[in-house]
Design a protein. Structure first.
Length: 326
């Protein structure tokens, strides 16, 4: 099946700032739309979006901005809390950010009068990954160029601290077994930690560097994916500590890897932001070539919709959305 997989975004939303990071809420927040957050140089914007793939009455995309949070510094990462609920009275919106000043900020809002944030200090270099514990949302994990992974409570206290052998690039919590944490390092090693014993229990090796991004597959937690050098790599942790599959994808080095939320064979990768080559590629493990190449010259951030085969990328004053047919 030979066809041109390159295509423009299916939908886009104009933004008032360059978008450095975008995140769909991965949790069911009980809302009528889908919560999405994006971060720029000074702000975080929270909104909802509904797509025609979900509701026939919608033409294309229906986007509504709910609130803009002043951030005052470039937003590098965003993580949603599972405590976020829009079907409560008052609603609860909770998320955290990592920023260019090496700090984490925890925001809590009712989208009306209550808008609070706390600042967590401890990292001494850029924070490359941040994530909430998926069940109760009472802890946050972060990894940094300072060669540490840190676990925080919601007051900013550190409950655990792991020393890494190279910069920490990605951190993921197991969706069910919340004492298991995956940490990916730039030197190509991915370790799984037991948060009860504070010991590493398993490690994977990419044999390629620099490893820039890794992700645990939520649909099949035996699968781990990553990008290192120009390649994507897939592990089956029941089989080997070395990748089962790998393939070169981005000539200018690969930057981000994310599994689709609803299909264990579907994932997306991006190249380095700002390069002129195509940035977004969507891959299916059953196909030798990318099934979609997004024609976007500038792109940063990458996130999959919770229930659709649809992913979002940030751009220059835009959010861009691609839909995959699976």
């Amino acid at each position: 099946m030979k066809h041109d997989a390159t295509r423009n975004a299916a939908y886009s939303v104009d933004c008032e700032d360059y978008v450095h990071v975008v995140e769909f809420n991965p949790f069911d927040s009980g809302d009528s739309g889908n919560l999405i957050a994006y971060g720029g140089n000074n702000y975080v914007v929270i909104g909802t979006c509904t797509f025609q793939e979900e509701e026939a009455a919608v033409e294309g995309i229906q986007y509504k901005a709910l609130r803009k949070f002043h951030h005052g510094i470039r937003v590098d990462g965003i993580a949603w809390s599972p405590e976020t609920r829009l079907d409560k009275l008052p609603p609860v919106v909770k998320f955290c950010t990592s920023a260019a000043d090496f700090r984490i900020r925890l925001f809590t809002s009712d989208l009306r009068d209550k808008n609070e944030y706390k600042v967590f200090e401890g990292h001494s270099d850029f924070i490359n990954g941040v994530v909430f514990a998926p069940k109760e949302g009472q802890e946050i994990a972060s990894v940094s160029d300072d060669h540490t992974c840190r676990i925080w409570d919601l007051e900013g206290g550190q409950t655990a601290h792991f020393v890494l052998r190279s910069p920490g690039m990605s951190v993921c919590w197991h969706p069910e077994e919340t004492f298991k944490l995956m940490v990916a390092e730039k030197n190509g090693t991915i370790r799984f930690y037991d948060l009860v014993s504070h010991q590493a229990i398993l490690s994977l090796e990419s044999e390629q560097i620099p490893l820039m991004s890794a992700h645990w597959c939520l649909k099949n937690t035996f699968k781990v994916g990553a990008v290192a050098g120009n390649d994507w790599l897939i592990w089956d942790i029941t089989q080997s500590s070395y990748p089962q599959e790998k393939r070169p994808v981005h000539l200018d080095r690969a930057f981000l890897f994310r599994w689709c939320s609803i299909n264990e064979n579907l994932f997306a990768t991006t190249g380095y932001p700002g390069k002129m080559a195509s940035q977004l590629q969507i891959h299916h493990l059953g196909h030798p070539q990318p099934i979609l190449v997004g024609s976007v010259a500038v792109g940063s951030g990458l996130s999959w919709h919770r229930t659709l085969p649809l992913c979002a990328v940030g751009g220059d004053h835009k959010l861009l959305f691609w839909v995959t047919e699976i």
